[in-house]
Design a protein around this ligand. Structure first.
Ligand code: COI
Length: 359
């Protein structure tokens, strides 16, 4: 039984309003009636595990989160299957990554049991908020913040953990429409020994100026390169990147400690063999990637992540110009992998790898 005690929201949204919001929710714009909650101090460890009414938090303005960004988060989805049951996809991986991110940010790791209990209890309480439309899901956003009010730069002794949930459509509004990518040389996302492998707000905050640069270049998303020589492709602002070669290989940047170890990334690498693909995790120098795109050796390119699922990339752009991938349309292997992944998540194919967890 879950250790999260439910305090019901006396002001839940009327069903008609909820259904109206859920008809076309967008991504992460609408939030359900409750949130999961826990607090930590060195003396008490994790305590106050509860499900509470969703609402504003009152925090001391001196809290560490506001000044030093002591924060980590996760992103995972709950999927409604045709029989109305609700499932999470590999949530144990999110639990493990959140614990690793917390350790990097000097926050107290939450146990896998508490992480899974918190999402289970929130989904049980707000089950009506899990949408059942095409490609819709209940996006779960667990996060942890340091809230000790002090100006000294040291780990908080008061920490909050919460999970909010949002009925959502895919991240990219146009679904599987291919996106264009700007390769920035102005900005870097992470360096050796930094926080690149942690899912912390700072990584995303620092990607925003680069994203604006990409948009000013007429592109949808930004891609970062590393500081190596030759410079190699790392990841996009909030997604990993993969290339399908003409001779049946799936290439993706290796995990060097500067790249986020994506759950979707790991899952695609696992199912790739079912599609006759050989997986190659390696450093991918930008110059050779652009040459391979121009020569057609790289036939398809896509972005992947929980929010993005698998999104085709139509072109890479940098100072050398525009490099169109294939014919600029979603490639057949990209669509095949996407279908496989979403069929698993929505229960349309057998869960032969035991990746789904009933909520
Ligand atoms: C996710 O894919 O869940 C993320 O956290 C990335 C963000 C761009 C929404």
């Amino acid at each position: 039984m879950s250790s999260f005690v439910v305090q019901h929201n006396p002001h839940v949204l009327p069903a008609a309003d909820r259904e109206r919001l859920m008809a076309d929710p967008g991504f992460g714009k609408v939030f359900s009636d409750h949130m999961a909650w826990a607090a930590w101090t060195p003396e008490r460890g994790w305590h106050d595990r509860s499900i509470r009414p969703y609402g504003p938090l009152q925090l001391d303005p001196a809290s560490a989160i506001f000044h030093y960004g002591q924060e980590v988060f996760e992103g995972l989805k709950a999927y409604r299957h045709a029989d109305s049951s609700v499932w999470a996809f590999r949530p144990e991986m999110n639990a493990a990554r959140m614990a690793a991110s917390a350790t990097r940010l000097a926050l107290p790791p939450l146990s896998e049991g508490d992480f899974l209990d918190s999402i289970q209890a929130l989904v049980e309480t707000d089950r009506d908020w899990v949408p059942g439309g095409e490609e819709q899901s209940f996006y779960l956003r667990p996060f942890m913040i340091g809230v000790t009010p002090a100006m000294a730069v040291k780990p908080s002794r008061h920490v909050l953990y919460a999970v909010i949930g949002s009925p959502s459509s895919p991240y990219f509004e146009a679904g599987v429409r291919p996106v264009s990518i700007w390769l920035t040389r102005t900005y870097a996302r992470a360096g050796a020994g930094g926080t690149g492998a942690a899912k912390c707000g700072g990584n995303y905050a620092s990607s925003m100026a680069a994203q604006l640069e990409a948009e000013s270049q007429g592109c949808d998303q930004v891609a970062f390169v590393d500081a190596g020589s030759p410079a190699s492709v790392e990841e996009l602002g909030g997604m990993n990147i993969m290339a399908v070669t003409r001779d049946g290989e799936l290439h993706t940047p290796q995990l060097t400690g500067t790249i986020l170890p994506g759950v979707t990334r790991a899952s695609i690498l696992d199912i790739a063999a079912d599609h006759g693909l050989r997986v190659v995790e390696r450093r991918i120098p930008v110059s050779s990637l652009l040459d391979d795109i121009d020569a057609g050796t790289v036939a398809e390119l896509f972005a992947c992540g929980t929010a993005a699922v698998i999104t085709p990339i139509s072109q890479l752009k940098d100072d050398s110009g525009v490099h169109r991938v294939g014919d600029g349309q979603a490639g057949p292997m990209t669509l095949e992998l996407r279908q496989h992944l979403t069929d698993l998540q929505y229960g349309r194919r057998p869960d032969d790898r035991g990746w789904l967890r009933r909520l």
